[in-house]
Design a binder for this molecule. Structure first.
Ligand SMILES: [Fe+2]
Length: 157
């Protein structure tokens, strides 16, 4: 996969209608990226998909509470970047789109890359005063005590 991450992050920020300093803003995207890359080091998840997921999954939110369609909306947005800013094989791109589209409803996923994306997001729940819960995590490494503590500490800063 080839992609222009700098330009993609600019587009995601431009597309985001809420405050970039809010709970679903830039600092969250960055922590999700760090979480996901950390997990990927241990479980072999696709790092490119993890990075793109982190900066795209919440960029089409219309509010900071319940917005059940923000996943599908962001998946559509990702499709518009294909060819221009993201060049990927169908199979890899479809995995990225599925991770983004279904992250709002999906619970667990058997695909290690999609599961890693969702875990990376859920490990950042401390920013809204909650603790990551093992039963909401899909990957073994995310369920490790030290990972949950490491992510929680960063999420509350
Ligand atoms: Fe998120």
């Amino acid at each position: 996969m080839q992609y222009d991450f700098r330009e993609i992050s600019i587009r995601a920020k431009q597309r985001f209608p809420l405050s970039l300093k809010g709970i679903h803003g830039l600092a969250h995207w960055q922590r999700v990226q760090e979480n996901g890359l950390k997990l990927a080091r241990y479980n072999g998840a696709d790092k490119d998909i993890v990075r793109l997921f982190s900066f795209l999954h919440d960029c089409c939110r219309e509010n900071d509470s319940a917005d059940p369609d923000h996943g599908p909306r962001a998946a559509e947005f990702a499709e518009t970047l294909r060819g221009e800013l993201i060049v990927a094989a169908d199979e890899q791109f479809e995995r990225l789109v599925a991770a983004i589209r279904d992250h709002t409803h999906g619970m667990h996923h058997r695909d290690i890359t999609i599961a890693t994306c969702w875990d990376a997001d859920r490990l950042d729940i401390g920013r809204v005063g909650m603790r990551p819960e093992r039963r909401y995590l899909s990957t073994k490494i995310a369920q490790e005590d030290w990972i949950m503590k490491w992510a929680y500490k960063r999420s509350t800063r």
